[in-house]
Design a protein around this ligand. Sequence first.
Ligand code: 13P
Ligand code: SF4
Length: 349
Amino acid sequence: ELSENEMIERVKAIKERYGKKLLIPGHHYQKDEVIQFADITGDSLQLAQAAAANKEAEYIVFCGVHFMAETADMLTTEQQKVFLPDMRAGCSMADMADISQTEQAWIKLQELFGDTILPLTYVNSTAAIKAFVGRNGGATVTSSNAEKMLSWAFGQKERILFLPDQHLGRNTAYNLGIPLEKMAVWNPHTNELECDGNPEDVIVILWKGHCSVHEKFTVQNIEHIRSTKPDMNIIVHPECSREVVAASDLAGSTKYIIDVIEASEPGSKWAVGTEMNLVKRIIDQHPDKEIVSLNPFMCPCLTMNRIDLPHLLWSLEGIAQGKPVNQIRVDEHTAKDAVLALERMLEHV
Ligand code: 13P
Ligand code: SF4
């Protein structure tokens, strides 16, 4: 059993030995014990851009979740190898859209709407879903560029299938002025459109997926803050439900939340609806502001949390000993189509 200090020393020594040949990207939701070693931190868009721009690193040890490591693999060269320190670091939202369900849905949607639909997928999706979207002319989006990409998509086709997060899809479409009556949910379990009105009027089809972390923030949490601390600003991530976003003061991506709080006046008060590791870090970085989690029982992303210091060290030691483990490799055929979807996004941001 190594002590925490011993682990820290070993990670430092390996980082020093490899220099620029080793890159450790860290998503904002990662724990501090991991983030302290990240060469770049960012939201999913920033990390995808950084992976695409980096040509030096031979080894990329990705501190985030599986779909992010897949994206990094697809945006880097054949010589660059991507590793995930714990294979159990998945994303429950990405798992809510599997490729066979999506292909079945697509057949049915073509019967309903003909060739009027373009698929878009949140980057929080498997490489197979990104490939499906790329093959069908669509693009990926992140929470930082979803509005821009949805507007782009409406320049291509009349209707959009938005995978796999219904909340990001609904919140984004709503911000573009699309009324809720023109949106309907696609239920992958029944392979049916859940729609009260006339399906012909539907222009945004929302895949019935969600983030189990952000769905835990409720309107009751907001009402509680409004009644106990009426001068607090409430800021949430658009993976929260429409009702929660509507009742909040501001909503935006992880980067947006960080930037807005950063730019606020000393003494500002914030209740934040996003992942716990990030909220804790924002609180620590702004002792001059009053910041709380919107949900008093803060919600960690359990799969993000699987990457910890022992797993990071284990992954690095595998590389240092010439026996690397957990390489993430997307097959060439899938990657070719998925990259089309990713590049359509990267061109627009
Ligand atoms: P962003 O990094 O795009 O804000 O997404 C949040 C998230 O849930 C990542 O898994
Ligand atoms: Fe997936 Fe939500 Fe965790 Fe992000 S926070 S990795 S969307 S489960």
